[in-house]
Design a protein around this ligand. Sequence first.
Ligand code: B12
Length: 471
Amino acid sequence: MKKDKVILVYPALSPTGQGHRGAPLSSLAVGSHLAANGFKVKLVDLRVDPLEALEFGEDVAYMGVSAMTGYQIHSALEVCRIYREKAPGIPLVWGGWHASLLPEETMRHPLVDIVVTGQGEITALELAQAIQSGASLDSVAGILHKRGGETVKTAERPLAGMDQITPINYGLIRMDDHFIHDPTTGVKMISYLASRGCPYRCGFCAITTVYNKRFFNVPVPQVLDELEGLVKRYGVNGIYFEDDNLFINKQRTEDVLKGMVDRGLKVRWTGLARADRIIKFEPELLKLMRDSGCIRILIGAESGSQEMLDLMDKDVDLEETIRSAQMLDDYGIEGDLSFMVGLPDPHEWKVTLDFIMMMRKRLKHMHIKLFFYTPYPGGRLYDIAQERGFVPPDNLEDWAKFELHKVTTPWVSREMEQHVNLFRFYFRYGYPNQAVKGMKAALASLSRWRLDNKVFSLPVEYNLYRALGKV
Ligand code: B12
């Protein structure tokens, strides 16, 4: 039977299935290119689809899983076990971030037949065509495969521009399952990518390892046509730009936003940006961001310690973080500042918590994301973390247990972990997204008092909320 079908699985992100429901762009990008080149594609997203949705027919060229480091590996292994049992002849292909960052180690697992590294669209197609025609897999660049128990690595696949890969076809999924509801405005948002890659070198980020500081733009007219299409087809009124760096090119930003306004796209949108880019924006561009519907910008602030920013090659000054958040605030755009503590320095966390409070006092609208630094493969900080005593897992099963919300580094003390968790709790309830009244208003002012006076002893509120499963 002709092998003209590919099964693509986007594994669950958490044991509860709760959490982010954004469109599975990873699998969708690969599936869109396969479908546009003659293959039937069945995309199963285990955040919303049951395992029963999986297919095992003779016509299946391969089953491909996508996995970030962490729980997605666990869910992917579960699917692979089912395939090995029910259809041992179907090759198990791993793609996505974890396999791209640690391909050889990933290949050591018996439930991994082939690894596709980095950008996957073109490789995934050539792989399907090779399996369909029976050609040697050595001819497919950008993979690792097994022959006689040996792992064979084929030629490097050069990075492809956006003109070489098929635009994302949202028709491959049930979009109703994948809208992101904005916490502050309740707007229904769709995940969208207007570019790939990033020219920066942040030491904790995996992007550099795969994109090697290259950056690829979707042409502006195509972005506008696609956004208009999404708004018309799905009636969305929100765009969640998933780009790693939306505002690299100021003129392009202006052209996209002006185009959205000129085409009358009534949408609200959010995106990620760097502080050192925003501070270069003139008032007109900030005004255009606001008038084109910008709700919030996620800024990778990372740390309140300049020393730590330099250690992680962030190439940003604290002053730039402060000014960028202030500029957004002045135009009524929420700054969502992402920080990490528990970096390989014993004192940085206090500096960062104080920095957050200083910012909070200055700004009208500000959200934070506060993580414990978790050494993910790729980037210079990962090597520094190992020099300072972090011992990474060395197999797929253990990486599956690698969790964002669990401290994984040896230098974070229990006291510090407790203090940061309490800070995060009181910050969340001290500065809620929406106006609160009654008990919540009382908790809000008590939380702000605790933060201002750094009094976290006898955290009865925290213990109560934790007992209620709300932390
Ligand atoms: C969206 C996103 C999320 C969403 C994911 C859900 C969703 N789909 O909406 C959420 C918010 C849940 C999330 C959470 C996390 N994320 Co995140 N996230 C991203 C982000 C911004 C976009 C992912 C995406 O859709 N990219 C677009 C697609 C088209 O690109 P792609 O994923 O690279 O896929 C391509 C290739 O990898 C390959 N490919 C991918 N899958 C497959 C499968 C097959 C079979 C084949 C052949 C090829 C293939 O082909 C694709 C097309 O070229 C990326 C950054 C990025 N640029 O990718 C970070 C990123 C993936 N996240 C990262 C991290 C660290 C996390 C968190 C751990 C930490 C955090 N700070 O939140 C958590 C983990 C949560 C968990 N439970 O595991 C890291 C991954 C590092 C790693 N080692 O896995 C990234 C790379 C960010 C970074 N800067 O380092 N994330």
